[in-house]
Structure formats: structure tokens, C-alpha cells
Write a protein that binds this ligand. Sequence first.
Ligand code: AHG
Ligand code: MN
Ligand code: MN
Length: 343
Amino acid sequence: MKSNTRKTLDEFIIEKQEDFQYSTGELSRLLNSILLAARVVSYKVNKAGLVDITGSVGVVNVQGEEQKKLDVYANDVFIQTLVNREIVCGIASEENDNFITIQGFDNGHNNKYVVLMDPLDGSSNIDVNVSVGTVFSIYHRVSPLGSPVTMEDFLQPGINQVAAGYILYGTSTMIVYTTGKGVNGFTLNPAIGSFYLSHPNMKYPERGSIYSVNEGNYVHFPQGVKNFIKYCQEEKDDRPYSSRYIGSLVSDCHRNLIKGGIFFYPPTTKAPKGKLRLLYECNPMAFITEQAGGIATDGFKRTLEIQPTELHERTAFYCGNSDMVKKMMESIEKAGDGNTARE
Ligand code: AHG
Ligand code: MN
Ligand code: MN
């Protein structure tokens, strides 16, 4: 099919709006605002190397991680785009210590959605021209309309997500998202500025054959995880599996969703709760994974059912093809030490 005859994301969003009972169009407008910010960031990412956007700003964020210029830029673009449109009542970002409260000029605190996001995922890859991403997650507020948002609006388990998605700034720019009715992917035609439906109804392949992990941490992994890695490397049946690790969650999970595989960031002795952030990275990725027929877990429990207790909370994360994630969980259970990483 010629790309300009495909359905655009704008058309798709309007069509799907009817799926939401009592919909006022607020979610559609919110998704459109995210897309607008994504186009701005995509444009900048594409010029990295030519404009002053690579490297660090010399500041560490609340997570103790060095902020890159593009972290700060993407964070500002997404927040300003949403704030200026008065389309959400609150935003929490990986790059900000606290959540932001937004009061609409005309309607007080009457917007019903909050957004949580990782504005720039995989930022260590930007300086070397490797794919990075954005991850977002949308919830209905639980506090009453008309009042400022509260912490409990953000500390909701992932099963409450209304929509979630990621933008991948790769060889092309894509958005992949779900509203709980399957997963669809759209590719940006940069000349026109429109996203076209390129990956309808995305599903994991029946069997996975890729494992993605930072194996440099191997000695610090729990025994069950080590055993799973050895199983992947074994010369038996359809194994050994391929090892692929880009180092940006969005890119690694996107590849595994299309080709079939497992991504994992286990607990280590250095980081007993793993590295990835439950609210900004794991929950949105878990929602997409489940909607595409995969599994996302902390090794014991469905990621989407974890009750968060703080904004920047981290969790162990295993996600991808159900055959591979099940095998990993069996291995963790058998070794009996999945939550306590060994020296
Ligand atoms: P961020 O750039 O938002 O801080 O996220 C980086 C994350 C994630 O994208 C990736 O999967 C992981 O960190 C890589 O960590 P290691 O470098 O420890 O492998
Ligand atoms: Mn990230
Ligand atoms: Mn980030």
C-alpha cells in the first residue's frame, strides 16, 4: 500500500474515540498533544551532531543520574506542550523531583487525566547516534475534579492505565500505543509531519528467540536469572538464542515485540530493586506487552498489579514473549532467590 493512502494516526484516534464510553474527546486531544511534542523532539534528535544537543548539562537528576542536554530538552518540550494546552491536570516526569500541578485557565482543575513520562529513554545513546525513545502513561485522576492533583493520582497500579505508549526515534520515528484494545504502531513521514498506520494490531510472535540484558552485570544477578541465561545459550532444540542489547528500553522492547524475545533488568547487588522505574518505564511497557500477548513481571508478580509507594520507585523487570518470560519465572522459582541478588 502506498504510504499516503494508509490511515493516519489523527484519523485513527478520531475513529477510536467512540470506543470510550462518555468520551468527551479529552483523551484524543491529549494523545494529539503528545504527538505534537514527539514531532518536535524527533526533529531535534534528527539534527543531533549538527546542533548543540549532545552531551551533558552537568547536573544530576533526582535519581542520581547525569542529565543529558536532550533529557532536559525533551522534558521541557513535552511538559510545555501539555501545560500550554491545559489538557491534563498533572504531570510526573522521570526528570523532575516532584509532580507538576496544572490549573486550566478557564476550567480550574477540571481536566481528568494525569500523564507520567520518561521524556528521553536511553539518553546515553544519543551521543553515538543510536535509537532513543519517549515513554508515556495516562491515568484518570482519582482525586475529585476541581481540586489540585494529589500524590495518589500518580501512585496508581499500572492496571489503572487508560493509555500508554512509546515513541521510538530510530531509523524512522514511530509511535506505538494502546488504549487497552490492542497495540498499534504508526510511522512518521517527516516530509509531511503525519504518522501513518504501519503496524496494525501488533502481537508478539508465537515463540521468542532473543534475550536482552546487560550481561556486564552477570555476576551480580540472582542464580535463577543466571540459569535462564545459560538455558538461552545452550546448544539444544532451537537454541542457542540470540543476545541483543541496545541499552534503551524502548528500542530493545520494540525489537523484541516484532521479532520475539525477552527483555530483563533484574535486581543486582548494586541495585537490589533493579534500575528501571515502575511508573515511567515498566508500567507503560507492561501495558503494551500484555496487550500484544506478552507477559511483564517483577519475577513473581504481574508488573501492572504492583502498588507504587513513591514516584521514582524502581522495580525488577522481565518482559516480552510469554514462552520466554514463563521460562524465566520457572527458573527464578526453582533457584528460590529471585529477589535477592548474590555477590
Ligand atoms: P534513561 O535514559 O531514561 O535513564 O533510561 C535508561 C534505562 C533504559 O532505557 C535501559 O534499558 C537501561 O537504562 C540501560 O541500563 P544499563 O546501561 O545499566 O544497561
Ligand atoms: Mn528510561
Ligand atoms: Mn529518561
